[in-house]
Write a protein that binds this ligand. Structure first.
Ligand SMILES: Cc1cc2nc3c(=O)[nH]c(=O)nc-3n(C[C@H](O)[C@H](O)[C@H](O)COP(=O)(O)OP(=O)(O)OC[C@H]3O[C@@H](n4cnc5c(N)ncnc54)[C@H](O)[C@@H]3O)c2cc1C
Length: 422
């Protein structure tokens, strides 16, 4: 048998999805992988990130879980934002195996560093913003970058986030819209807040009518002399300001942020007042129509936020993105000796991940519908809030938070074998 030629893969974007995909694909000998990131260096401004059992499973597969440490000591409280009343407490398990490892809140930079450390040297090119794609039919995809350079790749992975440029080429009619939902996020030293009662002692959501506040450790205490603490404020009905409502992090003034909590409990206001001017980052939420297919041109896969523009619903988007990349790697291994290895691998990737995303969308729709029905029958804030918390905490979401992506692959593989058995 003659020598096999390498398949060239261009990954666009170095978020959790792009980095996870680079790690998984770089382990496959017949792939030649390059990741193109538009920023001049690794950049992550989004404060903390929640990682649960599904995240540990894929991070274990990528060999990156050891590097991700975060705050996990406290139980999670749900509270009324106006009077602080505790409405629910969920206790976190003290275990450390992947099966039952509880959710942690980590600095986003920790996840990023852990992934970066697992990407082999020479794969990532910074300062490479993709500006154009062309389908060369049987000869791959032509990629043009802002610096006027070009490459041709056999397979392109669009891991370029919710505002994906790659998606625009595959689905030009797909348009994002501002959801009205905006988040302000900050990490500050825990010690700044310890004098305020009940703020740093637990992870807590304080719910108001048109927004909420989230407080959480993002560090393991023993690791840092002055661990960091996250405050995220969300407002659900912000007006769109042309040119200013953007999806990436922009600095926000204290006045702008304080206005969203001015009617909340004193402890929230005190905490927000201890954030220094210039420390807040603002993120406007965007969402778009759901995609029926997350592949195109027989040589492009969309992964992570590029593939399911859900605007952070379920707080697990980084894990979804890494799972996508890992499945794509398995599919490429599986089809390597077939006549159309890339096309067939993409079909498998789509066959596994699109139904999974559909299940997530269905869950989202059902929850929204239940909430609408409840609101139609109940006008009291307390009752509506309790229903919202119950839906958030107790709906069946194991298929998300306990998802074992290696099991998904095994099941697919067994199914295939069964179907092709003579
Ligand atoms: C407020 C908020 C809170 C969230 N909380 C959580 C949470 O707790 N847990 C969780 O798992 N998820 C959370 N998410 C979702 C999570 O952040 C995303 O799902 C995740 O970052 C998606 O990863 P990604 O790699 O697909 O995209 P991104 O992280 O958006 O990365 C895309 C990368 O592509 C690069 N890029 C873009 N365009 C180009 C181009 N043209 N050329 C080259 N590079 C390009 C960008 O610079 C970026 O580095 C939250 C989201 C929001 C908005």
């Amino acid at each position: 048998m003659g020598e096999r030629s390498l398949i060239s893969v261009a990954i666009i974007g170095g978020g959790p999805g792009g980095l996870g995909t680079a790690i998984a694909l770089a382990q496959i000998p017949f792939l030649n992988v390059t990741l193109y990131e538009k920023n001049p260096e690794p950049r992550e401004t989004g404060a903390g990130i929640s990682l649960g059992a599904n995240a540990w499973k894929v991070l274990d597969l990528l060999g990156a879980s050891q590097g991700v440490k975060g705050g996990s000591k406290s139980n999670t409280h749900q509270r009324n934002a106006y009077n602080g009343k505790v409405l629910n407490v969920v206790e976190h398990p003290e275990t450390s195996d992947a099966e039952s490892r509880g959710s942690i809140r980590a600095r986003r930079t920790r996840l990023q560093s852990a992934l970066l450390a697992r990407v082999p040297e020479g794969i990532i090119q910074f300062n490479r913003k993709l500006v154009h794609l062309e389908d060369l039919t049987d000869s791959g995809v032509r990629l043009v970058f802002q610096d006027q350079t070009e490459v041709v790749a056999d397979l392109v992975v669009g891991a370029d986030g919710i505002h994906s440029g790659v998606r625009k080429y595959l689905f030009p009619e797909h348009k994002l819209r501002f959801t009205g939902n905006t988040a302000w996020r900050v990490l500050i030293p825990n010690s700044r807040l310890t004098d305020i009662p009940e703020i740093t002692t637990t992870t807590a959501w304080w719910w108001g009518e048109s927004g909420h506040v989230y407080f959480s450790d993002v560090d393991e205490e023993y690791e840092q002399s002055d661990p960091l603490f996250e405050i995220t404020i969300r407002s659900y009905n912000e007006p769109e300001i042309p040119g200013k409502t953007v999806g990436w992090g922009i600095p926000a003034t204290n006045k702008r942020v304080f206005a969203r909590v001015k009617e909340f409990d004193r402890r929230i206001r005190d905490a927000v007042n201890l954030v220094g001017e210039g420390e807040w980052w603002e993120f406007a939420g965007f969402a778009g129509p759901r995609l029926d297919k997350i592949i195109g041109w027989n040589k492009i896969a969309l992964i992570g936020d590029a593939s399911h523009p859900l605007s952070g619903a379920f707080g697990s988007g980084a894990t979804f993105a890494m799972e996508d990349g890992w499945i794509l790697a398995r599919a490429l291994e599986y089809t390597q000796f077939l006549f159309h290895p890339i096309q067939d691998a993409l079909e498998i990737f789509d066959k596994i991940r699109t139904p999974y995303y559909n299940k997530i969308y269905e869950h989202l729709d059902e929850s929204q519908e239940k909430m609408q029905q409840f609101r139609a029958q109940n006008k009291e804030f307390d009752a509506i809030l309790q229903a919202k918390i119950d839906l958030m905490l107790y709906g069946d979401k194991d298929f998300i938070y306990k998802n074992d992506i290696s099991k998904t692959w095994k099941e697919y593989f067994q199914d295939e074998k069964r179907q092709h058995r003579p």
